[in-house]
Every structure is written in C-alpha cells, then in structure tokens.
Design a protein around this ligand. Structure first.
Ligand SMILES: *Cc1c(COP(=O)(O)O)cnc(C)c1O
Length: 387
C-alpha cells in the first residue's frame, strides 16, 4: 500500500538500538513507549514493574544517571527529581504521616526550613529542632520517625558527629536523611554513614555548569526505593533526559572540579583570615570551625565554599562597596559551577549557633586561577576601604 508522505514519515521504523559505544549514553526522549502487540500489553498489565510503559517511569538516559548517582553515594538505588528541593519534599512525603515527629537542625538549609514550617507543620507533623554540634539536644519520642541531617551546615559549615547521630536515631527507631549536596560523593559518600536516604541537589556540583536544576534521593533499601518511586510517579515528578545527559557529562569531571575548588578555597581562607574587617572565617578544614574533628575523621576533601563573618562595626554599606568592587566573583546563589560567587546575608537571616554578631558573606569558589581570585578580593578590600 502506498502511503502519503505525512504517514510514512510518522511511521518510519527505528533501527534496533546501536551496539557501538560513546563516552555519553545518548539522549533518549519519550513520553509514550509502544507495546509490540497485545500479548506484550497483557504481560505488562500482569507485571507493571517489569518494563517502563510511559515516560513518567524514566527513560534509558535518566536511568543511566540514577545508576551513576547510586554509585556516587555508595547506595544501591537512586531516583531523580526535578530539583534538590523536590527530592527533599519527596523524602518527607515518603517518611512522614500526620502525628509523626521530625527532628531538623536548627540551622537547616533555608528552603528546607521553609518547607518544614509551611508545608509539614500545618499537615500535622510535629517538628523539633536540634543543635547539630550538640547531639544531647536531639529530643526523641516514640513518635520520632525521621531525623534530618546535613554535612556540614549550609551557610556556617559546622560538622555534626554523624555516626553518633545515626546510632541514636536508629536506636529510637527513626530513619535518617542526609543532605549530601556539599559532599557530592567526593568529600564522602552518603552511605559512608549508616543513613537511610542521601538527598543531593545535582544543580550544584554534579551538573557543575550552573545550567541545570535537578535533585536525587539515593537509598540502600529496596522497600524505601519502591516507596520513593511510587511517590515520585503519583506526584508526577519528572526530569528531562536532555538535562540528565548534561549531568552525566558533568559527573565525568566532578572529582577534578571539586578538588580544584577545594584547594583554591583553602588558599583563600588563609588570605581572608588576615584581613582586619573579618572577624571569622567559616570552613570545616579550619580548626576553629565547630566539628572540625569530625570533618577530619569523616571527610577526604571539602567543597569550595566558605563564609566570612564581618566585624560587628562593619556595616552593610561597606559590604556593598566590597561586593561591587569584585570583578570576578558574581553575585548569585547556585554554587558548584565554574564562576566564583559571593552572597551577603544579613545578621538576622542566618541561624547562627554562636551569638557572634556581624554580617556574613558566603563565597563559592569557581574554577578561575586562584591568584586571580585573590587579586580580585584584594582589589575589592581596597575599593571598600578607600571610600
Ligand atoms: C541548593 C541546595 C538544595 C536545593 O537544591 P535545588 O536543586 O536548588 O532545589 C538543598 N540543599 C542544599 C544544601 C543546597 O545547597
């Protein structure tokens, strides 16, 4: 039967999957997947997990990334989510029911805190905060279901004693979720610790190019993995295979980028500590940083992130002159890319565990030459002082 062009173009059959290999798995894009015949359709109805039937189950590209993230975290399973925040929300969704209790660090990542305050508490989850540098503040009850943890704290970099935290949580029958965005599997893997969920924003180090928003939850437990997959499908959380391919490419250079940024950040910590306007440099490799001994014990590297606390008499106007005097550091939130970033936080925006007053500046070190970054900082100090 001869067919019209539109029909023959639509029904052109695809060659079988190629057997050659390339450095990238390729991008497989699909919403609908076909069943070859009614026997295959009926077989799928009898065992729906045996094969994907629709794009919401993922595609070969997203599944390839899930496997890699599971490997990065020392887990056996991982599910991708459209952002780090949606990965955090999915863990809460899977782990908590009304009446359950959740323990979160008092200085938890700000957007996580917003989710807990505005989404979980009004749905009947009881939330208690704890000081990650003092595990005696963990208040368990028979209803405690989940302990959230971060290594290290998001803006102030205190390191908790994670093995002790996990032991206590499990002794009370609670699950442990760890935000691994900072460690990214390089400083340590999530499952170096006895946790239940490793939650990572892939928007940061894994993608590494500041052009993708994505997150992942990794587990070692098939039952939790199944619950995450069902929850993800019911919420309709999906990831573009194009973005997944970008992250897969990013992972190939992740350790190199991470270690370069680590070395530059530590070099700049020393420079910044010598500046008179700076009261304190916060970075877990510094002995003065709370939990430094746990960082030394548990981590092989540190992310290229640090904060400085300005002397209390240094005001916002000085800070703005300093920031505007920078040429290489851009003002922005989403660290982990090639470009160095700076972000000021007002005193009352940051939950500080100590009561040192003073504005905080968070620096994310990119991949520029460290000497150029130091010269840029020195130029900004001169500009801020000269006014
Ligand atoms: C960025 C970030 C998140 C949220 O990730 P998104 O991909 O931006 O939604 C969660 N935790 C930490 C520590 C982060 O830095």
């Amino acid at each position: 039967m001869s067919r019209q062009l539109s029909t023959s173009l639509i029904h052109a059959r695809q060659a079988a999957a190629p057997t050659y290999e390339a450095s990238q798995p390729g991008v497989f894009r699909a919403s609908t997947l076909y069943f070859a015949d009614s026997a295959e359709w009926r077989a799928w109805k009898a065992a729906p997990h045996a094969r994907p039937a629709y794009g919401t189950s993922g595609t070969p590209t997203t599944m390839a990334l899930e496997q890699r993230i599971a490997g990065v975290e020392g887990a056996s399973h991982a599910v991708l989510c459209p952002s780090g925040m949606s990965a955090i929300a999915l863990v809460y969704q899977v782990a908590l029911l009304p009446g359950d209790e959740l323990l979160v660090p008092v200085n938890v990542y700000p957007s996580n805190r917003q989710f807990v305050l505005h989404e979980l508490m009004r749905r009947g989850v009881l939330v208690r905060t704890y000081d990650p540098t003092d595990l005696a503040t963990l208040e368990f009850s028979e209803h405690t279901r989940l302990v959230w943890a971060e290594i290290p704290a998001a803006l102030t970099f205190e390191m908790p004693d994670l093995p002790a935290l996990c032991a206590r949580a499990h002794a009370h029958g609670a699950l442990v979720a760890l935000d691994t965005t900072w460690s990214a599997g390089v400083a340590c893997a999530g499952f170096d610790f006895d946790i239940d969920f490793a939650v990572q924003s892939l928007s940061k180090f894994a993608a590494g190019t500041s052009e993708v928003i994505m997150g992942a939850v990794a587990t070692k437990d098939a039952v939790l993995d199944e619950a995450l997959r069902i929850g993800r499908r019911r919420h309709g959380l999906n990831v573009s295979p194009m973005d997944a391919a970008t992250v897969i490419a990013g992972l190939q250079t992740l350790p190199l980028r991470y270690r370069t940024q680590d070395a530059s950040a530590r070099h700049l910590c020393a420079f910044l500590a010598g500046q008179p306007e700076i009261a304190q440099v916060l970075h877990p490799a510094l002995e003065s940083c709370p939990g430094h001994e746990y960082w030394r014990r548990d981590c092989r590297a540190a992310a290229g992130l640090l904060s400085v606390v300005l002397r209390p008499d240094i005001h916002a106007a000085w800070c703005d002159r300093f920031i505007d005097g920078l040429q290489l550091f851009r003002i922005g939130f989403g660290w982990g890319g090639s470009t160095s970033l700076v972000m000021p936080y007002d005193v009352d925006e940051v939950a500080r565990l100590d009561d040192t007053p003073g504005q905080l500046l968070r620096l994310a070190i990119g991949l520029e030459e460290v000497g150029d970054l130091q010269a840029d900082l020195a130029g900004a100090f001169a500009a801020a002082r000269g006014a």
